[in-house]
Each structure stands twice: as C-alpha cells, then as structure tokens.
Design a protein. Structure first.
Lengths: 240, 75
C-alpha cells in the first residue's frame, strides 16, 4: 500500500541538465504555469478597458477590489502604489492553493521551499520599502516608544528575533495547511480503495466533506498570507 | 530503547498540545457568538474577523503536526 505522503514527490516531466545543475521541468512547474495562465486570462479580459465593465472584465475587477480593500484598510490613501505587489502575492498563493484541488493536479504551495522563498521575497521587499522610505530611521521600528534605556538592548534583540521569525511563521502556516489537508484526503481515499465497493462509500462521503473544507482553507490561507503581508507593509511604512 | 520505538513515543507526545488548540478554537467562537448576541449591529465585522482568528489558531495546531511528521518520517 502506498504512503499518503507519496503525492508530494516531485517528478520531472522533461529532464533539463545545464552544467550538472538539474533545472528540469517538473509537475510543480507545470501547475505554476497554470497559475500564470490564469493571470494571462486577466490581461485578456481587461483588453477593452471599458468604464462600465463587461461580463469577463468583472472578474479581474473583483480581485482588484479585494486587494485594494485589503491594502487601503492598512495603509490608507497611499494604497495604490503597493497594490500590484500585493496582487501578485495574492494570485501566486491563491492559484497554488486552488489548482491543487483539481483531480490529478499538484499543489505547488505544499512544498516548504516554495512557501519559504515566497515569504522571504515578500518580507525582503517590505523591508526594502521601509529602508527606501525612511532611511536609517527605519531601525527605530525595533525600539518601541517609552522603553527605559536599561532594557533597550534586550528589547532590541527580542524585536529583531520576532521580526525574523515572521518569515518562518508565514511560510510554515501555508505549507502545513496544504500538506495536512491533502494528506487527509489521501488517507481517506486509501481507506476507500482498501474496503472496496460496499463499505468504501463511507470514507468517500467523508472525503466530500473534507474537500469542501479544503476549498475554504485554500481561500482563507491565501487571504491570510496577503493580509499579513499588508500588515507588515504597514509596519514598515508607518514605523509603529 | 530502540530508535523506532522512541520515534513513535515522541510523535504521540508531540500531538498532546492539540487539546489546548481545540480549547482555544472553541473559546474564539464562544466569545464571537456571545458578542454577536449582545450587539447585533456588529455581526458582519465579527463574522469576517473570526475566520481570520480561526486560521491563526489552526496554524499553531498545524505547527505541532509538522513537528510530529518530521520526527516520524526522518531520522
């Protein structure tokens, strides 16, 4: 019997080896291109740029309203500068979570390397935005107001460690949710195959309920990743 | 004690804190329902926020699950 964790193994589709470095095109890359195809659909739907949106144009406008609402609730009126970045983050995570729910597909956000890279890039960009906007005054983020001077070194150390741990918490939250969800689905599917046609219906019905939960978790985790990036962006832009 | 048996014991021990996670989740929704009952005009705000807080608490439970899987399936 196969292990339920076998579904996360990366299998290359076309082997490409450049100077002993393996950059094959894997099934993970295939589904990442699926996510890019969805973004390309947005570009095509916005071709007409009508003021009153047509039917297809409504879909990207829906996502834009969502992202603009998220950024504006944190930053306020200078929100539209940061919307492209946050929109990209949302689309990456949302497509990663969602496309894995189609049959025979692969969730590219279920690998810690993908989510850790995503979290590192997002938080590096947020830190760079803070440094570009405020210069060296950005590091006053690590010393909150009203702290007595003898506690300052300890406080700064704690704040820096808590800032660096944001990358770990952001990436592990997304990765663990995706792995746990898909492993559960696989475990109940393996029960179904073990019990055959008669009793095997029961695990399948439980799987239907878990599939609905996975749809909700995919949406919520993408929303949370993006919302936390907006909160960290507000921390960097407003420095308190 | 054998390494395999120690791994199984540690995996089980690592999942005990999930009880506290379950209590925290129940607490979040209990206070949310109480607040919605006392002040029906903020029902929409609380509904939106409680899903967010549910996911944060769920993440802690999943951290415990990830540690247990790490112990069980690697050296």
């Amino acid at each position: 019997m196969h292990s339920p964790l076998e579904q996360f193994v990366i299998k290359p589709m076309f082997h490409i080896n450049v100077a002993n470095v393996d950059i094959s095109f894997t099934q993970s890359s295939l589904w990442m291109m699926g996510g890019i195809a969805f973004a390309t659909f947005f570009l095509i739907a916005l071709r007409g740029k009508n003021t009153v949106p047509t039917r297809w144009q409504n879909i990207p406008e829906l996502f834009y309203e969502l992202v603009y609402g998220m950024v504006a609730s944190q930053i306020g009126d200078k929100a539209s500068k940061y919307v492209p970045f946050i929109f990209t983050v949302l689309m990456t995570v949302l497509m990663g979570n969602f496309l894995g729910l189609l049959p025979y597909s692969f969730t590219y956000t279920s690998h810690i390397i993908v989510t850790a890279s995503l979290a590192t890039i997002c938080l590096t960009i947020v830190t760079l935005i803070g440094i570009v906007l405020h210069g060296w005054h950005f590091f006053s983020l690590f010393l909150p107001k009203g702290v007595p001077m003898f506690m300052a070194p300890l406080m700064i150390m704690i704040e820096v460690i808590s800032y660096l741990s944001r990358i770990i918490s952001l990436s592990v939250r997304l990765f663990a949710n995706m792995v746990a969800g898909h492993t559960m689905l696989k475990v109940f599917a393996l029960f179904s195959t073990m019990f055959g046609i008669g009793i095997g219906i029961a695990p399948m019905l439980i799987n239907v309920c878990f599939y609905a939960l996975e749809l909700l978790v995919a949406l919520v985790q993408a929303y949370i990743f993006t919302m936390l990036t907006c909160i960290y962006l507000r921390d960097a832009v407003e420095l308190h | 004690m054998d390494a395999e048996i120690a791994k199984l014991y540690t995996t089980t021990l690592c999942l005990v804190p999930l009880c506290f996670v379950a209590v925290s989740l129940a607490w979040i929704f209990t206070t949310a329902i109480n607040a919605m009952a006392r002040n029906p005009s903020v029902v929409n705000d609380i509904k939106g926020a409680s899903i967010l807080y549910f996911a944060f608490t769920e993440a802690i439970g999943l951290f415990a699950l990830v540690v247990s899987l790490l112990i069980l399936f690697t050296a």
